[in-house]
Design a binder for this molecule. Sequence first.
Ligand code: AMP
Ligand code: MN
Ligand code: MN
Length: 322
Amino acid sequence: MKNIAELLDGVRTLGIAGHIRPDGDSVGSCMGLYLYIRHWFPEIQADIYMESPKPVFGYLEHMDQVKTKAEGEKAYDLFITCDVSTKDRIAVAGRYFGAAKRTACIDHHVSNPGFADVNHILPEASSASEVLYGLLDPDKVDRGVATAIYTGIIHDTGVFQYSCTTPETMRIAGELMKTGFDFSRIVDESFFQKTYIQNQVMGRVLTESILLQDGRVIVGYLKKKDMDFYRVTGVDLDGIVSQLRLTAGVDVAIFLYELKTQVFKVSLRSNGNLNVNRVAVFFGGGGHTRAAGCEMAGSMYDVVNNLTAQIEKQQQEMEENE
Ligand code: AMP
Ligand code: MN
Ligand code: MN
């Protein structure tokens, strides 16, 4: 696929969705696509679905149009997912994806198996938002669309910090900036700013974090009862694993929090050659080589032991190949 217009030929009804517990890239890529289609393909009846996006994204145009529930049966002419790595991670509208006449996926996860009819997956791209930009007519990217795509890029690159940032990412960011949105405010308010409680929780996780393997692996965790105490949910914990990763000497950072009793959401980050996507895929998840995630059941100790066993296995393989 070269341009989104190819997909939209003859389409009258369209559904768009991102992944569960949406991050900035999921929100940014879905909104960028939605706003672009609203503007340039007004004849298409487009619906956008998201699992309750954080209020900090409220500066994006037409966020009020986002549907957080799927109601009734619908057979869209086309259903597009953005930033979704597997079919079972489609937020809210999974059943509409299944019922759609045609499906497409715009993504950058190396673990994506290509679950749609049309798959546009670029694992080298910083973000799904960057992949989306490549499918748009650059002259038609207005300020609203640019703001959404920029949001996605800064979130998945940690504001141009992670190794997934490329010269092309920077070029696109420069093009987007020309539309004149308030980029420093977006970076501050949607990425860096934390609520008082979010900071408290991060502090607590860092305080209680443990080092394993002579300091090469760091583990941070949060139990359900503590999440209830602080009244936080998964989206409030963004940024914690990135902070753990910044511990000097650490190769891999692991952060886990309890989704329900003895079921953990696991986030993995790598500082080097260790491929955390392989670890996540082994446990049924996925992601990218340096940032991946999965869900695991068992006691916290079992989960950590199982993860570190896979990490050690890979470390040994790497040492043998040296
Ligand atoms: P997270 O640790 O949740 O921030 O996720 C890091 C990266 O891995 C993101 O690009 C996610 O989309 C991806 N990811 C997280 N959990 C899963 C999962 N269970 N299956 C596939 N990809 C995942
Ligand atoms: Mn994402
Ligand atoms: Mn992404």
